[in-house]
Design a protein around this ligand. Structure first.
Ligand code: PMP
Length: 358
């Protein structure tokens, strides 16, 4: 069997070691006589899994005690609804810094719940930059950002200054890629299927004072209910939580901490951006200081040539390089599990392709 290098934006490549451990434990987890998929979520074996997973996440991200960690379902997309439902006060309003497709969706969902003001937008620049120096009206209930824009390949390197207004960040495509200062945020959410494992699990990290008892909110959509029930108001996505635990263990064993992992991610990204920047064929439109180290879009400017490149890459086992349908071209998602070797192979191909297609 030959495994490919998978540049998908998500679900995406998992570390080989994680898949191997998962396979080894598939028929029997520990001495339980059953797989994690078959276990009661109330069993002592599973309770140990969820507690260990939370402990590992808290330790790697250095999450303060005053924040709750919730393991939810519904994808990052459900947070576009849950955040305003739980954080908007009656008659209140959210502010959004609009940086692409995922903030557009967040704005649309927020407006179904309550007030939503666009504080700034980079749409006129085709979302190729992160807006800086945005002022936050202090009467907002929260400010929403998408910290890493998976489609456009932009990333906040400095968080916006929000004063006393809580900052809510969609970190779906950057969580665990680098250290974070959790105390700067009111709430962070992320779908697991990029850097944290598999689809079906959404992690929410929320400051305790933002969790309000609101009886009018449907139970499944209430942070207060989910927190009170330790993410077990109903059956949680048990296998996805277990897999997150394996991914976190892999990060600990391999990198020890997120600072070391960031260095590795920066090396991979630099290799690819350097190739693009010295190329006369490929370009990346993002302002250099705003470039993501997780998602790297690039184009030749000729759709037929892009398609030819994607086919050539696939023939070499470099798959899922097609850009998002809204922007076209190519996009290499180089999450934590993508080894340097995969990026090197991609860069080598780009060099050869450019020589052959001058
Ligand atoms: N936010 C961002 C930044 C994303 O990249 C994605 C998915 N690619 C989503 C939200 C939506 O996630 P989900 O499919 O888990 O709802």
């Amino acid at each position: 069997m030959t495994r490919v290098f998978n540049f998908s934006a998500g679900p995406s490549q998992l570390p080989t070691e994680v898949l191997q451990k998962c396979a080894a434990e598939l028929m029997e987890y520990g001495i339980s006589g059953q797989s994690v998929m078959e276990m009661s979520h109330r069993s002592s074996s599973f309770l140990e899994i969820i507690e260990t997973t939370e402990r590992r996440l808290r330790s790697l991200l250095q999450i303060p005690e005053s924040y709750q960690v919730l393991f939810l379902q519904g994808g990052a997309s459900l947070q576009f609804t849950m955040v305003p439902m739980n954080l908007l006060k009656p008659g209140g309003k959210a502010g959004v810094i609009h940086t692409g497709a995922w903030t557009k969706k967040a704005i649309a969902e927020c407006r179904k719940i309550g007030g939503c003001e666009i504080l700034a937008s980079s749409e006129a620049e085709h979302f190729t930059e992160i807006l800086k120096g945005v002022t936050t009206p202090q009467d907002l209930d929260y400010v929403h950002i998408c910290e890493n824009n998976t489609i456009y390949g932009t990333k906040y390197k400095e968080l916006p200054e929000c004063g006393n207004v809580p900052l809510v960040a969609d970190c779906s495509s950057c969580i665990l890629s680098e250290p974070m200062e959790i105390s700067r945020y009111g709430l962070i959410f992320a779908g697991a299927q990029k850097n944290m494992g598999i689809a079906g699990l959404t992690v929410v990290i929320v400051r305790e004072d933002l969790i309000q008892e609101r009886p009018e909110i449907p139970s499944m959509l209430s942070y207060a209910v989910q927190a009170k029930n330790k993410s077990m108001f109903n059956t949680p996505p048990t296998f996805a939580i277990y897999l997150l635990g394996l991914v976190l263990e892999w990060v600990e064993n391999r990198y020890h901490d997120l600072a070391a992992l960031k260095t590795h991610n920066q090396q991979k990204a630099a290799l690819l951006y350097n190739q693009i920047d010295q190329s006369r064929l490929f370009t990346n439109p993002v302002r250099p200081e705003d470039r993501s180290i997780m998602n790297v879009p690039f184009v030749t400017g000729d759709a037929a040539l892009d398609a030819k490149f994607i086919a050539a890459a696939e023939a070499e086992g470099l798959v899922n390089l097609k850009g998002h349908r809204s922007v076209g071209g190519m996009r290499a998602s180089i999450y934590n599990a993508m080894p340097l070797e995969g990026v090197q192979k991609l860069v080598d191909l780009m060099r050869r392709f450019e020589e052959e297609n001058r």
